[in-house]
Design a protein around this ligand. Structure first.
Ligand code: GAP
Length: 457
């Protein structure tokens, strides 16, 4: 049997910036994201992920791991605990420096982070919302979340939930070096939770108190720092470019000396433009020898590296690429969401133009009628077979148009319809989400056709 025709995925038009409320509403309605503890009134800055959200998150994580670890001979992965010895956070500089400075408006009582205010508002102590007077001396808040180990009052040890996930990488650096066959230059990668007592959480997943980060810490000889910094900077920018429709909404921005984090000597942010303006998506930080030197000093362990060939002994320098899983999730939803007007004046089509690699459901299997036994059993067997390779949804409820719409709204890239012709010639209709084009394909070719399009490469 031959394939009737082949159509490439349609490119997505430039669409207006999407209000955050649209994706908040869709996320809850369709099971991507829920407010945490909602039946108790919720907790600001903390969210849970629903059935579709967890699939999409796993896809995003797996694509990161695949490209950063599996595809780099010189990168290995770890998974560290979210609680560490409290001295870690003194050594890292977070106890001293991980702070937000806040001023209050005396009139409207709103609270602002000084680094979020325009210079003129800061200089004139003028509220950007009501024009009232701002307090002059900023109040300082540390973002680390405290916790206690032990049960006996008086013997309990105060420590912190990790404020940045990457600290485990420096703590495990020496163990990785001794237990695997890595040599400098090499990287350690990790995906994991971080916690921050953000004073101004908000904008849905953008600024949360519990969130997930992916980090690569790449250890190099100081003389090779420039080369590797440029390599990872470009690699990470291209990584994001691959996933988005609106490539012109991605850019680099270099940090000014007044905004560098305490551990960074230089930093570029990969920024993405949404209704919130240009905002950080990932930071590429020149951490130099800050972390290993500080942990050497505070722990008393010598963390210098000895080159096996030259025997040179030196403290490695570090390139860090650090991004947010949740911020990626949010940006991809904002990038993908569209309410497409219907040419016949009917209800607009809500569609998520998600890259097939990250879409939570890859294919929907739709028998044309649910009361025709042969259609249903063929459709069920196609669905059962595809489930071995990808997330497939079987749906026989409502007319075919309604079913397409349901799948478009959650970003399913392909719908497969089983109709009466299927029973005659063993072909099915494959409908593609963005262009809504349809082709006929033999059932025997369906799995490979879909795998080729939904698997990252
Ligand atoms: N280890 C370096 C580090 O933590 P960062 O710029 O503070 O650097 C890295 O965080 C990334 O983590 C950010 O680019 C952002 O994507 C994500 N992120 C940071 N704070 C966040 C928050 N409160 N909520 C959600 N994501 C956050």
């Amino acid at each position: 049997m031959t394939q009737v025709e082949h159509t490439e995925q349609a490119s997505v038009k430039d669409t207006p910036l999407v209000p955050i409320e649209k994706v908040v509403s869709l996320s809850k309605r369709r099971g991507f994201v829920y407010p945490n503890s909602e039946i108790y009134g919720g907790v600001a800055g903390i969210y849970d992920f629903g059935p579709l959200g967890v699939e999409m998150r796993n896809n995003i994580r797996r694509y990161w791991w695949w490209s950063m670890v599996q595809n780099h001979d010189n990168v290995v992965g770890i998974e560290g605990a979210t609680i560490t010895h409290p001295r870690v956070w003194e050594a890292s500089g977070h106890v001293e420096n991980f702070v937000d400075r806040l001023v209050d408006c005396k009139k409207c009582k709103r609270r602002f982070r000084t680094d979020h205010l325009e210079p003129e508002n800061l200089e004139q102590h003028k509220c950007p919302v009501c024009g009232g007077e701002l307090t002059t001396e900023p109040r300082v808040f540390n973002l680390l979340m405290e916790t206690y180990l032990g049960v006996v009052e008086g013997d309990r040890m105060k420590t912190y939930l990790r404020g940045e996930a990457c600290q485990n990488i420096y703590l495990d650096y020496d163990n990785v070096l001794k237990s695997s066959r890595v040599q400098i230059p090499f990287g350690i990668a990790q995906i994991g939770k971080a916690y921050r007592n953000e004073v101004t959480p908000g904008n849905f997943l953008f600024r949360q108190r519990e969130f997930e980060q992916w980090d690569l810490q790449f250890f190099v000889h100081p003389g090779e720092m420039d080369k590797w910094y440029e390599y990872w900077k470009e690699f990470r920018f291209n990584w994001y470019t691959n996933l988005i429709n609106h490539k012109d909404r991605l850019r680099f921005r270099e940090h000014g000396s007044d905004e560098l984090a305490h551990y960074a000597r230089k930093a570029y942010d990969v920024e993405y433009r949404t209704v919130l303006g240009w905002q950080e998506w990932e930071g590429i930080h020149w951490r130099q020898d800050w972390d290993l030197s500080r942990h050497s000093e505070y722990s008393g362990q010598d963390l210098r590296y000895t080159d096996p060939l030259t025997k040179e002994r030196y403290m490695p320098w570090i390139v860090e690429t650090s991004g947010g899983v949740d911020r990626t999730f949010l940006n991809l939803l904002l990038d993908a969401y569209e309410e497409e007007p219907d040419p016949n004046g009917k209800e607009p089509r809500t569609v998520l133009h998600l890259h097939p690699w990250v879409a939570p459901v890859k294919v929907a299997i739709l028998p044309l009628q649910k009361n025709k036994e042969e259609l249903v059993s063929t459709a069920r067997s196609i669905h059962k077979n595809l489930q071995r390779y990808m997330v497939s949804q079987y749906d026989d409820v409502a007319n075919i148009g309604r079913r397409y719409r349901r799948q478009d709204e959650i970003g399913t890239p392909f719908c497969v319809t089983i109709d009466f012709q299927t029973l005659d010639d063993q072909t099915v209709t494959v409908r593609e989400r963005d262009g809504m084009t349809q082709i006929r394909l033999p059932i025997s070719e369906l799995t490979m056709y879909l795998l080729d399009r939904v698997t990252w490469k």
